[in-house]
Design a protein around this ligand. Sequence first.
Ligand SMILES: NC(=O)c1ccc[n+]([C@@H]2O[C@H](COP(=O)([O-])OP(=O)(O)OC[C@H]3O[C@@H](n4cnc5c(N)ncnc54)[C@H](O)[C@@H]3O)[C@@H](O)[C@H]2O)c1
Length: 357
Amino acid sequence: MKKLKIMISGIGNRALPKRPEGSNWLGWVELIRRSEQFELVAAHDISEDARKRIVERGYLAETQTYGDLDQMLEEVQCDAILVSNPAEYHADTVAKAVRKGLHILIEKPFVNNLKEGKQLVEAIEQKGIVAAVVQNWRSKSVGLALHDSIQSGLIGRIGHIMFRYVRNRENPNYPPYIFEEPYPLLYAMGIHHLDLFRYILRDEYESVSGHSFKPPWSLYKSDTGVSLFLKTGNGTPVMYSGTVSSMNNALFQESLVIEGEKGTLFNESPWLEPPLWFFPRGSQEKVDLTKGVEDASIAGQYNISDEYILGDFYRAVVSGKKSLCSAEDGLRSIAALEASRRACETGITVFLKDMER
Ligand SMILES: NC(=O)c1ccc[n+]([C@@H]2O[C@H](COP(=O)([O-])OP(=O)(O)OC[C@H]3O[C@@H](n4cnc5c(N)ncnc54)[C@H](O)[C@@H]3O)[C@@H](O)[C@H]2O)c1
């Protein structure tokens, strides 16, 4: 099998964890090293420390690291780029990679706003390259099992989805910029959850109403909680409530209930780890739909889902198969975020079709 040459922009925690022993994932650099499909040939980061780290850990020679993206794109012959720098730079990095005709794997969120995303999707389509987004809640074992059980008709017609998120992200040791971020719940985590629901339902949001809030102890500038009511094109209601200002570290962060006419799906976990339970209608018995999963740990699940995405990206490049989440698909989740934010800010119901203008 011919390996594809890949470069990275952004050598932070997602690409190469600063503290590997406490990390929830191995990171892209190590996954690529283990992969038979990709070969890492260069990396870019504006931080000298980050560039040093990848060299000191033996992944690249110093001459393969760049502080300047344009220079890397100019000098390195490559098939693909992995964009793992902060979200605000995704659009710029992707635009440059598209001009070079590279295939692109982009960490979530695809971009920071709908407008810049639309222009990029057009450019990507014109170039005929593969651009895939890392929406890894889809490829965690529970995400895949949710998709399959709903799409196979196991729970029948869907009544509604209820989701709640309770997280303590009020850590004064975090870098100050974290506390300046607008709607941290929506942009850091809602992008995973709202995207997952679109994927498992194979349906698009039509409208959203909602409110945002934050408790008196919050260190954040913006509201840290939201309560949303979304409705899909097929009429499925999605109730989404959460906060990143909980003072609780004991409860599971994620709690998901999906009701169908033939039964209920249920998951409660830190970051969507197994088990996914199915309660057949009228029965006290529950069935573990993720029974066969080899590693249900937090790190195990991140690595399984990241490996899946890497393999999926490869197949999309070499065989033209549609990727698990294309840029166009990822952009629809950005639209859902923006609509949710607008709904909270205005107090009115926002229709997704109006977001496209
Ligand atoms: N899919 C997931 O589960 C998941 C989890 C966490 C983060 N992420 C995403 O991964 C990406 C990286 O997040 P992270 O946690 O590694 O962040 P990080 O802050 O640990 O690392 C970001 C790195 O990018 C570098 N950088 C800053 N500006 C840059 C620029 N203009 N060009 C190139 N590099 C630049 C920084 O020096 C740093 O090394 C973000 O898009 C984030 O949303 C995804």
